[in-house]
Design a protein around this ligand. Structure first.
Ligand code: BMA
Length: 366
């Protein structure tokens, strides 16, 4: 759905820069507004006010040196607030596992999503499903299931069941009053690269777009109305390349991009250039189509710089209409060494991240 179709909602949402939850509550009161439409209006209003939600993956599940401590968050420990957006991943839900690929129990995730919604934040969900042709992980590209879907009925049926399980989890997300919680769903991400089985070298653009249509059909047949759909290819794309696998305006609400910073101080120029080369183009496409734009994944692994947030990320995005910027997870040091994207207490980037929080541009929640 585009905001063009809902001028009343957009007008209400835009009327209150700096009071986004209020705007959201008001939009919910508008008759016939689905949870997804309310979230789209909220995202649009934030970008229109020159702000963005700051997002962090698995924020309250674990951090640099802890896991599963009620209410704990590395972001909160440094800034005093939770990230405005929390990101979660459904990998392994497709095989009915009780925990995702990083060990996060789905029951815990559902509860955290409700708590984040209750504190005025929002949630985004990605999905790293297994390869249905091999049973290996998302990164197992030894077989290309998307090339076989039209000729292999068993494979096609398996994929439908898997998508159905993801849909059922998302449909089950409810607040304390039993209302569906709107979430951003960002399936089949980074498809312009070839590291996932749904990536560029493993499917034609048509086969990739068909995967989106299949996904939407399964969600729509279940009557799910709490999903805001995000498309998020990777870096170094021309407009033509970005649009070659775009599923279409009827299937997508958020035009996203994933770009990471590699190489610390020496990599700043390359990272900044990549953002400049792609995000303004995506912003233009989003505006033309009446869509929201977001920086769906980014970060500098291990934060080798002590001023990454204010001197690298902020200048690169501050003039772009991004509704949210999401950095990846703070893995526990003992699980995956040096794999973190926000500073924890005592890290040299702490003061800089606090300044980012205090800037008034990035949205955090209490
Ligand atoms: C990757 C890494 C992996 C993780 C995956 C899904 O970028 O963080 O360790 O399993 O995302 O969360």
């Amino acid at each position: 759905m585009t905001l063009k179709l809902f001028p009343l909602i957009a007008a209400i949402a835009l009327s209150s820069c700096g009071a986004h939850r209020q705007a959201s509550a008001e939009t919910d009161a508008v008759q016939d507004t689905t949870p997804a439409q309310s979230l789209i209006a909220l995202l649009d209003s934030v970008a229109g006010c020159g702000q963005f939600y700051f997002g962090h993956h698995d924020d309250t599940a674990y951090g640099h040196d802890w896991h599963y401590i009620d209410g704990k968050s590395d972001v909160k420990d440094v800034t005093g607030e939770y990230p405005g957006l929390m990101s979660w991943d459904l990998g392994m839900i497709e095989v009915d596992s009780s925990k995702n690929l990083d060990g996060v129990p789905f029951a815990f995730m559902a509860d955290q999503i409700a708590r984040q919604q209750a504190r005025g934040g929002i949630n985004a969900i990605s999905w790293h499903p297994l390869n249905p042709s091999t049973g290996g992980g998302s990164w197992d590209v030894s077989k290309a299931p998307l090339r076989e879907l039209t000729t292999n009925k068993a494979l096609s049926d398996t994929l439908d069941v898997w998508i159905g399980r993801a849909a059922d989890f998302i449909a089950s997300l409810k607040d304390a009053q039993g209302n569906p919680i709107p979430v951003i769903f960002r399936p089949w991400h980074e498809n312009s690269g070839s590291w996932f089985w749904w990536g560029a070298a493993h499917a034609t653009p048509e086969q990739y777009i068909d995967l989106w249509k299949r996904t939407r059909r399964i969600f729509d047949e279940k009557g799910i109305n709490n999903v805001v759909w995000a498309y998020s290819p990777d870096k170094d794309l021309t407009r033509e390349q970005y649009l070659a696998t775009y599923p279409g305006d009827d299937y997508v609400d958020i035009l996203g991009t994933d770009i990471y910073h590699f190489g610390g101080a020496e990599g700043v120029e390359e990272y900044t250039a990549r953002i400049k080369a792609q995000l303004p183009m995506v912003a233009e496409e989003a505006r033309k189509r009446g869509k929201v734009m977001a920086f769906t994944e980014t970060g500098s692994e291990g934060l080798p710089m002590s001023d990454w947030y204010m001197n690298v990320l902020m200048p690169a995005i501050k003039d772009l209409p991004v509704a949210y910027v999401c950095v990846w997870r703070n893995a526990r040091e003992q699980d995956k060494k040096g794999h973190f994207y926000v500073p924890y207490p005592g890290h040299p980037d702490e003061a800089d991240f606090k300044a980012f929080h205090d800037s008034g541009k990035a949205i955090f929640v209490k």
